[in-house]
Design a protein around this ligand. Structure first.
Ligand code: NAP
Ligand code: GDP
Length: 324
């Protein structure tokens, strides 16, 4: 293979939930291709809020492509408490990564938005065209506006310099290597941890599921998302973002998700109570996955209960060392 055809893909946020899933697919699930080198970095390799550190990382590895996953990420309750931090940190990281990539003449960067950044009041199902058509939900305005600016930056680099800076929009992700912190995490990893502890000692580890359980979400397994992202790095070059999600019919309530976790951990769902005084966050953010289904008609998503079981088993096996 000619040297000009060799690819070096630098993955920022390589130690996180999605980064580890991409690494797993490349190294263990047969996604590796000849002529490609994948490099997975964490905040130990570079602080991406710092421009010089970001430039040094890129100078060190000389990537031809970047899969940009690094971000300050958290569940509903930490977003509510720290909207300003989510805005400032993510604005800095994204501006630095895209500027450093451009200055190093890297033509293709795939960045990651999120379905929670779409307008709160919008026609359902949401598609890629409505990103900027109204304010996001109040609970995570900081994260949302910072992520929306990635699309603005991409548009600028593409129009002004002919770059292929694209973005993907995943829905709620979960899987092995998630952040299982009791307060700061998303609902699935948070409740896996809480239910696991409660099973060991129900009195000491009493808790209530937060909110009413009625909100609806489209959960995607991290290994499925990783495969779609790898494809995006290789094949997707449209200027418009691409939603990466399960279908509308796979949208489920938080209550149903909790029932699945209980079943995977063999804990009676009837023993749990809901604290309806706590915020529910956005009621729903139903997206259409029509575009990715048209592009990859044969792609099979892992059934939700199988993915929850795999995640719970991973958590139990890695309890001592996982992020919590
Ligand atoms: P995650 O598990 O929290 O991982 C985030 C990664 O970003 C970590 O590897 C972290 O490094 C790195 N990072 C954070 N601040 C950094 C900094 N200043 N410098 C360098 N690295 C930094 O998050 P994730 O769930 O994998 O999210 C990946 C991407 O998907 C993000 O862009 C997120 O917005 C998007 N997304 C996530 C979800 C979801 O439900 N999780 C849904 C939609 C979109 P360290 O571990 O070393 O700190
Ligand atoms: P969101 O999709 O951005 O709202 O992110 P989350 O994953 O944080 O929360 C989803 C839903 O789960 C919200 O309706 C929460 O009220 C509900 N939820 C119930 N218990 C928990 C919990 O322990 N942690 C979190 N993060 N959410 C919870």
């Amino acid at each position: 293979m000619a040297e000009s055809e060799m690819r070096v893909v630098l993955v920022t946020g390589g130690g996180g939930l999605v980064g580890k899933a991409v690494q797993h697919c490349i190294e263990n699930l047969g996604e590796k291709r000849e002529g490609e080198t994948w490099i997975f970095c964490t905040s130990k390799d570079a602080d991406l809020t710092d421009l010089e550190s970001t430039k040094q990382l890129i100078a060190k590895y000389k990537p031809t492509h970047i899969l940009h996953l690094a971000a300050l990420v958290g569940g509903l309750y930490v977003n509510l408490a720290r909207n300003l931090d989510f805005f400032r940190v993510n604005m800095k990281i994204n501006d630095n990564v895209l500027l450093a990539a451009h200055e190093a003449n890297i033509n293709k960067v795939v960045s990651c938005l999120s379905s929670c950044i779409f307008p709160d009041k919008i026609k359902y199902p949401i598609d890629e065209s409505s990103l900027h058509l109204g304010p996001p939900h109040d609970s995570n305005f900081g994260y949302s506006y910072a992520k929306r600016m990635v699309e603005v930056l991409n548009r600028g680099y593409n129009d002004q310099y002919g770059r292929q800076f694209v973005s993907v929009i995943p829905t709620n992700v979960f899987g092995p290597h998630d952040n299982f912190h009791l307060q700061n995490s998303h609902v699935i990893p948070g409740l896996i941890h809480k239910i696991y502890l409660r099973k060991q000692d129900p009195i000491k580890n009493d808790f209530k599921v937060m909110g009413t359980g009625k909100p609806l979400r489209q959960f995607i397994f991290s290994h499925d998302l990783a495969k779609l992202m790898i494809w995006t790095v290789r094949e997707y070059s449209e200027k418009k973002p691409l939603i990466l999600s399960v279908g509308e019919k796979d949208e489920i309530s938080i209550r149903d998700a909790v029932m699945n976790i209980c079943s995977a951990l063999d804990y009676p769902f009837e023993n749990l109570q809901f604290d309806t005084t706590k915020s529910d966050g956005q009621y729903k953010k139903t997206v259409s996955n029509e575009k990715i289904v048209k592009l990859l008609p044969d792609f099979k998503f892992t059934p939700f209960d199988e993915a929850v079981k795999e995640t719970c088993d991973w958590f139990v096996k890695n309890f001592d060392s996982c992020r919590k």
